[in-house]
Ligand binder design. Sequence first.
Ligand SMILES: Cc1cc2nc3c(=O)[nH]c(=O)nc-3n(C[C@H](O)[C@H](O)[C@H](O)COP(=O)(O)OP(=O)(O)OC[C@H]3O[C@@H](n4cnc5c(N)ncnc54)[C@H](O)[C@@H]3O)c2cc1C
Length: 380
Amino acid sequence: MDVRPSEEHIAFQKSVRDFARSEIAPHVAQWDEAGRLPVEIVHAMGDLGLFGLPFPEEWGGSGADFLSMCLAIEEIGRVDQSVGITLSAGVGLGASPIHRFGNDEQRGRWLPDLLAGRALAAFGLTEPDAGSDARATTTRARAAGDRWVLNGAKAFITNSGTPITSLVTVTAKTAEDEISAFIVPAGTPGLSVQPPLRKLGWHASDTHDVALEDCHVGPDALLGAIGSGFKQFLSILDDGRIAISALAVGCAQACLDAALEYAKQRPAFGGPIGRFQAVAFALADLAVAVENARNLTYKAAWYKDTGQPFREAAAMAKLYSTESAVSATRTATQIFGGAGFMEESPVARLYRDAKILEIGEGTSEIQRLVIARGLGLPVG
Ligand SMILES: Cc1cc2nc3c(=O)[nH]c(=O)nc-3n(C[C@H](O)[C@H](O)[C@H](O)COP(=O)(O)OP(=O)(O)OC[C@H]3O[C@@H](n4cnc5c(N)ncnc54)[C@H](O)[C@@H]3O)c2cc1C
């Protein structure tokens, strides 16, 4: 078994790193302050091929493996988590359901723009009263001739209100015990995207609640077989958890980079603080956590890339990497002292951004549930 990135992977990773440093890093503070990303950065990532990475060339993708996707998300996330989640959600939650469950007509209609970064799609699973318990969805789809009428509400939906959002996929009940998935094109009457949500972190990432009120969609809106929506969306989350794990590795690595540099130059008691064991050991532990998180992420990607079951591996990677990232932001902020509490410091934003990693695409508790069930425990 060899889960290490190849030379090609490493060259690709370097090209994304260079892009992130030159095109993203100089603007991060301003985008965070403004609370939104310019669409140009999405287009630029599209031009670099990042939105099409794990998709076949037939639809405009580059046919790369999932490990390449992880490397890209890690590098972008190392520079900015908001841009990282915009990419990760755009690919995993946005384009992927259309590619995996859509028919060729739906793929042909939506994928070329999504894979080129000309458009973004959103994924509407969570509802005000159905988060971890996503099966409790109350959004309904009623058949009306050959059309569907959707009513309900979706909560906290990433990339749902950008100027280039082309569609939202949603789950909805088509019968009492039946959940199906639908594509709702942006601008469909009855689909209303609520004002941007004010968040603790990920300020520049686009998040809105979405309402569906007598929203009529055509027969071509049904995504996959009727009744298969819940299963489809859960399997999308399995992929997404590896991607969030990669984003968390980027976050933890950024903490290590910043805190290490600071520890080498910040003077106290006649020399740099990095000579104190308390600081040096904290950085050593942080380096181990980054390495472990990266290994779990790459291993989960390798399972996926080699066609092996990966649900538990993805849950383990997400659980460990995201909890490590949150802990890394605490450590890095502590090493920066008071300067770490200031908005200008690189670690203050990471501190705010990290927490959601333990919540989105399945909380840490839900990852533990998946892992425990994988161990054969009948935990509910
Ligand atoms: C910024 C942001 C972006 C998001 N983007 C999207 C998106 O694009 N699409 C989308 O569909 N959703 C999105 N979400 C929603 C996200 O996936 C949910 O918030 C998450 O799944 C948790 O659901 P919840 O918030 O309803 O919490 P709840 O499910 O209410 O959980 C509350 C607490 O109870 C715990 N808990 C619940 N059930 C169990 C259990 N069985 N065992 C143990 N503990 C349990 C949870 O772990 C948590 O600690 C986003 C959320 C945020 C904040």
